[in-house]
Write a protein that binds this ligand. Structure first.
Ligand SMILES: Nc1ncnc2c1ncn2[C@@H]1O[C@H](COP(=O)(O)OP(=O)(O)OP(=O)(O)O)[C@@H](O)[C@H]1O
Ligand SMILES: [Mg+2]
Length: 258
């Protein structure tokens, strides 16, 4: 399996190296034109494309005009849009009657309480925690306002509708650590929540997503905090993702377990 990774946003040097060591070829950040991707795909004999978070529909339109029907593409821009901002995520889940996968919206009965105002951005950017005695509404359609949930946080990776990797997340942004727990270490509620999110959000099973999930042990219930279409990975996770992609594309192949 030799995937071509398209960088939608700049990957750090260490993340690029991690993917390379797992066997991937990586596009330069620019140019992102389709002709450039196709040339790299052919030159390196790649057999699958993984689009890491690129929502550039214009470059993509150009890509789809190339004779590429035979090229499997993971994370097409039209699919990743559903998770690309907190507001779009709510919109898509609501449209599919699956809004309960997200922390609830604020209502008058909840006041006073603590909410999270969440805009686009990663690493905690664009996120604000606030205690409020009055209603707070999203300022635009990319933003979401949600009740604060207490519980354990996880990063869970799915490939298609399979859960392939799981870490527990500790500590605040900027000082965050990840502890490997493996898919079997996940509570069933967390597994079901991410699988439902994949089911309700994507038409195509060709998706690699890193889900941030919060689980409340007392309620035995979990909520999606967000979906990342360009998740950070370590070496074992990158290898596991590529192996899961290979299984998905060759259905009779034996699946790895962890
Ligand atoms: N509704 C919520 N209830 C409780 N905590 C929340 C909620 N929303 C966000 N948080 C906290 O804020 C953190 C960042 O949220 P989120 O993952 O949505 O944003 P992010 O910018 O992608 O951050 P990161 O890159 O660390 O994942 C979460 O890990 C969690 O600790
Ligand atoms: Mg996150």
């Amino acid at each position: 399996m030799k995937p071509l990774l398209i960088q939608g946003m700049p990957l750090t040097r260490s993340l690029r190296n991690t993917w390379r060591e797992a066997g991937a070829i990586i596009t330069k950040r620019l140019p992102t034109e389709a002709t450039h991707w196709k040339e790299m795909y052919d030159r390196h004999n790649c057999d699958v494309v993984i689009n890491l978070g690129n929502r550039n529909r214009e470059a993509w339109a150009e890509w789809s005009e190339l004779p590429t029907e035979h090229i499997p593409v993971f994370n097409r821009p039209e699919e990743i849009r559903a998770v690309s901002t907190p507001g779009y995520l709510r919109e898509h889940l609501t449209r599919n009657e699956a809004e309960d996968l997200l922390p609830p919206r604020l209502t008058e009965e909840d006041l006073p309480c603590t909410v999270w105002r969440k805009g686009p951005g990663f690493g905690g950017r664009g996120k604000e925690r606030l205690y409020t005695t009055t209603m707070v509404y999203p300022r635009d359609n990319v933003e979401d306002v949600q009740l604060e949930i207490t519980g354990h946080e996880y990063r869970v990776i799915t490939v298609g509708n399979k859960v392939v990797q799981a870490h527990r997340r500790y500590g605040p942004n900027g000082d965050r650590t990840y502890e490997w727990i493996g898919v079997r270490g996940l509570d069933r509620s967390v597994r079901n929540t991410v699988k439902s999110a994949v089911f309700f959000l994507f038409d195509s099973p060709l998706m690699v997503i890193g889900w941030d999930v919060i689980y409340n042990p007392r309620l035995e219930y979990s909520w999606i905090l967000e979906g990342n279409s360009s998740p950070g990975v370590n070496g074992p996770t990158a290898t596991r993702i590529l192996s899961a992609i290979e299984s998905l594309m060759t259905p009779n192949r034996e699946e790895p377990t962890c």
